[in-house]
Design a protein around this ligand. Sequence first.
Ligand SMILES: [Fe+2]
Ligand SMILES: [Fe+2]
Length: 382
Amino acid sequence: MTEADKTPKASSPLAQAREEIKKLSSLLQLSSLINSTLNLELLLKRIMESASAILGAEASSILLIDPKTGDLVFDIATGEKQDQIKQIRVPMGQGIAGWVAQQGQSLLVADVSKDPRFFSKADEATKFVTKSIVAVPLKARGITIGVVEVLNRVGGGEFTQHDVELLESLAHQSAIAVENARLYQNLQDSFVATVRCLAAAIDAKDPYTAGHSSRVTEYAVLLGQELELSLEKVDEIRLSGLLHDVGKIGIPESILSKPGKLTDEEFEAMKRHPEVGANILYPIEPLRHLIPGIQRHHERFDGRGYPGGLKGEEIPLAGRIIGVADAFDAMTSNRVYRPRLSDEVALAELKKGAGMQFDGKVVDAFFSLYQKGKIHTVPAGL
Ligand SMILES: [Fe+2]
Ligand SMILES: [Fe+2]
C-alpha cells in the first residue's frame, strides 16, 4: 500500500468519519470548559471560536436578548469585523436572528439573497458579505435568551441539516453556561449588597462616622486601580474596605462616640477592633482572604502601628491601601470633637506621613487620583 492509499480522500467514508470524530472531540473539549469557568465573556468567545471551527464557518456570533428593550444585541462575534458588529442591535422579529429568537426555532438559509427575512444592516456596517446562515435559538429552561449563528461555509460549500444539529447541541450547552454565569453574577451582586448593608450597620453605631466604610472603600478601590492591581485584587480590596471596621461591632458605643479624649483603657479597647474583625471573619471561609486588609489597616509603614507592629512591605498591600484611605476619610470627616480638616490640610498630612505612617507609593497614587478629580470628600458643614 502506498502512502497515498493510506490517506483517505476528502469525500471517502473514512475521511468523513474522521471529520466527525474531530468535531465531536472539539465539542467534548468545549463541554469541559463550559463546566469549569464562570467568566461569561471568555466562555462565549471560546464557544464561538469552536462553532466556527467545527462547522467550518467564516464567522460566528452570539446575540443575547436585552431584557430592557427586547432587542437582540451582539454579545460575541468572531471574524474580522467583530468590533463593528458589536454596535448593532437587531429588533425582535426582524432579520434571520430576530425570526429565530421570536419563533424559538432553528433556521438554515443557504442563500440569504433569496430570503426576505435577511437583515442587511449588519453587512452594511461591516462590509461582510453574508451568503449563508445557520441560526439556532439559545434556550435556558425553555426560554429563548438569544441566538447563535454561523455565517458562510469556508470554501463556499453549503451548510447541512447535520450542521444545524451540531450547532443546536452547542447552543444548548452555551445556554446553560450563560445561565450559570448570570446566576453567579447575581449571587456576587447580592453578596456585595449584603456586605454593604453590614458596613452601613457598623457605621450607624456612630452617627459621626456615617458613610465612612463606603467612602474608604471608594478611595481604596480607586487606589487599587491606580496601582494597576488585578481585577481580583481590586474586588478583594472592595470587600475588605467595606468590612475594615467590622471589629467595631464589639466596642461599646460610649467609647465609639465619646466626644472627649479616650482614656488609655478606652483607647486599648478601640485598638482591638482590627483583631476582633479578623476573628469575626475567620470562620467564614469565603471571606477569609479579606483578613489581611482588615487586620492590618492600622499598621504603620515605620512599624509603630497596631496590632502587629509590622513594618514596610511586611504589611499586606490591602492593609497599606486601606490605611491611607481610612486616614484621609477620618481627617476629612467631621468628628464629635472637631470639624473636618480641609482637603489641602489632609493631603499635606498624608505627604508628611509618607514613608512613616503610610506607604509612599500609595500616597503618591492618592495624590495622582486627587489631581485627576477622582476623590470626592464630604462637603464642609455636613
Ligand atoms: Fe479602623
Ligand atoms: Fe476606619
